[in-house]
Design a binder for this molecule. Structure first.
Ligand SMILES: Cc1ncc(COP(=O)(O)O)c(C=O)c1O
Length: 395
C-alpha cells in the first residue's frame, strides 16, 4: 500500500471531515523547505497559514522550546511565569500597550477583546451598550461569538442561535461606518487592518483613521484584529502601526509563537484594568513553552528585520506585476494576495505539483511565507507560481 492511499483513507476514516485537504502529507521541514512522506521537496510560501514566522525547525526557536520543555512544560495561571512576563513586557515595550492576556488561538484572542469591550462599557454605562460594529467581509474566528462578529453571511448558518449584538458595515465606506457607530447601543468597532480570509483586502488608511477618531470621541473602543496581520507579517510589528492610529485593544495569534498555539490580547491604558481577577481565564493560555517560543519571534522583529520583510514583499509585487494571468497583487509586507484570471485552487494544486506550497483567500492566491525566507528560495518559488498561473491561463 503506498503512503498516499494510506494517509488519505485513514484520515478520512478517523478525523472529522472538516477540512478540504490537498493530497499531500508533510513529514518534516527546515526553514522554508518542506518534505512530504515520499521525500519530495517543496518551497513553503504558506508557513502553515502565517504561523511558522521563522520557518520550520528554526534553530533559535527549537533551542528555546527544547530548553523550556526540559525546565517546565506547564504551570497553571495561579502562579507567576517568567517566560510569560518576558513576552508581555516585550509586547508592551514595542507597542506602548499596557497589559497582555494570553490565550491559545486567534478566535480566543478576539473573544477576550469582545468580552473586555463589553465589560468596559457595562462597568461605565450599565446595560444596553454592548453592540460591536464589524466590517462586511471580515473574519474573526470560529467560536459562536467570533462567527457572529465575522461579517460574512456564509458563516451565519447551521449553528443558531448566534451571539447577538454585532452589526456589520461595509469596509472603506466612512459614511456608512459613522452611521453605524452613531448608535447609543454601540460600545466598539472591530476591524482587521488587512482582511485576510476575506481576500487580502487592505483597509484604506483614511477609513481606519476616520472611524477611530469618531469612536474615540464617543468613548467607543477600537479593537484591532491582528491575528493574521500581526507579529511582523506586514513589515511592522503590528499592521495598525502603519495606519497612524492608537487602538484600545489588539488581538493576535498565528505567528506569535512561531508554530505553537498562542493568542494574545493587548490592552491600552484605558483598558488595562477592565478584566480583573476572575473576569477571564484559560487553562493553557501563556503556556511557558509557547511563551518561550514567542520571545524568540518577537525579539527578532527589529526595525532592520521588518524592513527586509517589506523589501521581500515589494520584490514579489514588482516581479508578478503584468505577468500573464495576473491582474494584480494586494497586501503589505509578506501578506500578499495575487488576483488571477484562473481558479486559485487550481493554482495551488499546480504549484504543489511543481514543489511550491501556497494558499488561497477568496478569489486570490495568498502568500504568507516565513518572514525570513531566503531571497533565493523566494525568487525560485515566485517564478514557479508565475509559471503555474501562466500555464493555467493559457488553457
Ligand atoms: C483575522 C483573523 N482573526 C481570527 C482568526 C481565527 O484564528 P484561529 O484560527 O487561530 O482561531 C483568523 C484565522 O484565520 C484570522 O485570520
Amino acid at each position: 500500500m503506498s503512503n498516499t492511499i494510506d494517509f488519505e483513507q485513514q484520515d478520512k476514516e478517523y478525523i472529522a471531515n472538516t477540512y478540504g485537504r490537498f493530497n499531500v502529507c508533510f513529514e518534516k521541514g527546515k526553514g522554508s523547505l518542506l518534505w512530504d512522506v515520499n521525500g519530495k521537496e517543496y518551497i513553503d510560501l504558506g508557513s502553515g497559514i502565517g504561523v511558522t514566522a521563522f520557518g520550520v525547525d528554526d534553530d533559535e526557536w527549537t533551542e528555546a522550546v527544547t530548553k523550556q520543555s526540559h525546565a517546565l512544560n506547564h504551570i497553571s495561571n495561579l502562579y507567576y511565569s517568567l517566560p510569560q512576563i518576558e513576552l508581555a513586557k516585550q509586547l508592551c515595550a514595542k507597542t506602548g500597550m499596557k497589559k497582555v492576556f494570553f490565550s491559545n488561538s486567534g478566535a480566543e484572542s478576539n473573544e477576550c477583546a469582545i468580552k473586555a469591550a463589553r465589560k468596559y462599557s457595562h462597568d461605565k454605562y450599565g446595560e444596553g451598550r454592548h453592540v460591536i460594529v464589524t466590517l462586511v467581509n471580515s473574519f474573526h474566528g470560529r467560536t459562536i461569538t467570533t462567527l457572529s462578529a465575522t461579517g460574512q453571511d456564509v458563516f451565519h448558518q447551521h449553528f443558531f442561535p448566534f451571539t447577538e449584538g454585532f452589526i456589520h458595515t461595509p469596509a472603506n465606506d466612512i459614511d456608512a461606518a459613522l452611521k453605524a457607530l452613531d448608535n447609543p447601543a454601540v460600545c466598539a468597532i472591530m476591524m482587521e487592518p488587512i482582511q485576510g480570509e476575506g481576500g487580502v483586502m487592505p483597509l484604506d488608511k483614511e477609513f481606519v483613521q476616520a472611524v477611530t477618531k469618531y469612536a474615540h470621541e464617543h468613548d467607543q473602543l477600537v479593537l484591532i484584529d491582528e491575528v493574521q496581520t500581526g507579529n511582523g507579517r506586514t513589515g511592522s510589528l503590528y499592521a495598525y502601526q502603519q495606519f497612524g492610529i492608537e487602538p484600545d485593544v489588539v488581538s493576535t495569534a498565528k505567528g506569535l509563537a512561531g508554530g505553537l498555539p498562542m493568542g494574545a490580547t493587548l490592552f491600552n491604558e484605558k483598558m488595562q484594568y477592565v478584566l480583573n481577577a476572575g473576569a477571564h481565564a484559560t487553562t493553557f493560555g501563556g503556556n511557558p513553552i509557547c511563551a518561550a517560543a514567542g520571545n524568540t519571534i518577537i525579539n527578532r522583529l527589529t526595525p532592520e528585520f521588518l524592513d527586509s520583510v517589506k523589501a521581500k514583499g515589494d520584490y514579489v509585487k514588482a516581479t508578478l506585476a503584468g505577468k500573464p494571468g495576473i491582474l494584480g497583487v494586494s497586501g503589505m509586507g509578506l501578506m500578499l494576495g495575487i488576483e488571477t484570471t484562473v481558479d486559485p485552487k487550481a493554482v495551488i494544486t499546480k504549484c504543489l505539483e511543481k514543489g511550491v506550497v501556497c494558499l488561497s483567500a477568496k478569489n486570490k492566491v495568498r502568500l504568507l511565507p516565513a518572514l525570513n525566507i531566503p531571497q533565493d528560495q523566494l525568487e525560485k518559488a515566485i517564478a514557479i507560481v508565475a509559471e503555474a498561473i501562466e500555464e493555467l491561463a493559457a488553457k
